[in-house]
Design a protein around this ligand. Structure first.
Ligand code: GTP
Length: 178
């Protein structure tokens, strides 16, 4: 029997350009669903999922933010209190990958983590099911992740490739911050 009584709440936030698949990634993980229609997130939204991390019951509170610029000012106060940040891009869009540097900087400024040099980021390259790839995972993405000390995952919300793996890693990293 687990020695932990009540679950702890860990906050994981997803940020990145509009349309990269943040909502889809979250929905695939929490609701086991995918839809091809696109509905832009307004402000932010969250879903919760109960998981066990190292036998410890955890409520993962996953925040999905708007990538659209006009909603970003609404999103930034939501960065505070995060235990892990997922930086999401679309492997078929070089622009969405290049934008992550700014998203990360913005997160560190607005989110005010206690120790910004050790705050855990997970970088996710989504839409690997598509063939018109513009970002090489092994070259560009991994290289940047090494530089910023982030873990890298790529997969597909559509085909359910490595979504669980990325969130498990986010949850583990978040637990270290608790
Ligand atoms: P904002 O809310 O505007 O920030 O967008 P978002 O990053 O949440 O993107 P969203 O999840 O709404 O997905 C945008 C579009 O990409 C939708 O039409 C999704 O169906 C599609 N999409 C998401 N993930 C994948 C994927 O893994 N593969 C493919 N082919 N399409 C995907």
């Amino acid at each position: 029997m687990s020695e932990w009584k009540s679950p702890i709440c860990l906050k994981v936030i997803l940020i990145g350009n509009a349309g990269v698949g943040k909502s889809s990634f979250m929905n695939r993980y929490v609701n086991y669903r995918f839809t091809s229609s696109y509905r832009a997130t307004i402000g932010a939204d969250f879903l919760s999922k109960e998981v066990n991390i190292s036998e410890r019951p955890v409520i993962l509170q996953i925040w999905d933010t708007a990538g659209t610029e006009r909603f970003q000012s609404l999103g930034t106060p939501l960065y505070r209190g995060s235990h892990c940040c997922m930086l999401v891009f679309d492997v078929t869009s070089k622009a969405s990958f290049s934008a992550l540097e700014v998203w990360r900087e913005e997160f560190l400024i607005q989110g005010e983590p206690l120790d910004s040099s050790n705050f855990p980021f997970i970088v996710v390259g989504n839409k690997t099911d598509l063939s018109n790839r513009e970002v090489s995972g092994s070259l560009q993405a991994l290289h940047w992740c090494e530089r910023i000390g982030a873990q890298y995952f790529e997969g597909s919300a559509k085909e359910d490739v490595d979504v669980d793996k990325a969130f498990l890693s986010a949850a583990q990293a978040a637990l270290q911050q608790y």
